[in-house]
Ligand binder design. Structure first.
Ligand SMILES: [Cu+2]
Length: 132
């Protein structure tokens, strides 16, 4: 009987230490539709150490459960950005974003300054043409 109790205590300690390595984070990952959901979740799950990933279309929040001894949150951000979706920490590369299907081209929020500059350039080009 004592042996069984020792074993149970041992199992409890073991499971607590495994549990302690698990971490949950929630952050924004910009996307539009069901396809984005699959892409974002797949990207997050492809990271070693990630056990759960669920993206919510309405809130655009992804909840990730991962082993923080195996992986850092930033790596998960990077994987999602590599799939074409911006996160608050990592912005997807423009050419990756441009390759997304039309329905997945979410409105990008970061780097608004850059977009303004492009707009201004286009405007000045038009004005130039009009003068001719
Ligand atoms: Cu989509």
């Amino acid at each position: 009987m004592k042996k069984v109790i020792y074993l149970l205590v041992f199992i409890m300690i073991l499971s607590v230490s495994v549990f302690a390595q698990e971490k949950k984070v929630k952050f924004k990952a910009y996307g539009n539709c069901e396809m984005c959901k699959n892409r974002i979740e797949k990207a997050a799950r492809s990271v070693e150490g990630v056990t759960k990933a669920e993206w919510n279309q309405k809130t655009q929040l992804i909840q990730v459960t991962y082993n923080h001894k195996k992986v850092k949150a930033l790596q998960i951000h990077k994987a999602i950005a590599n799939a074409g979706h911006d996160t608050p920490k990592v912005r997807a590369k423009d050419d990756v974003y441009n390759k997304l299907p039309g329905c997945c081209k979410y409105k990008r929020r970061a780097h608004k300054e850059h977009e303004k500059k492009v707009e201004q350039k286009n405007k000045s080009k038009k004005e130039h043409k009009n003068k001719k």
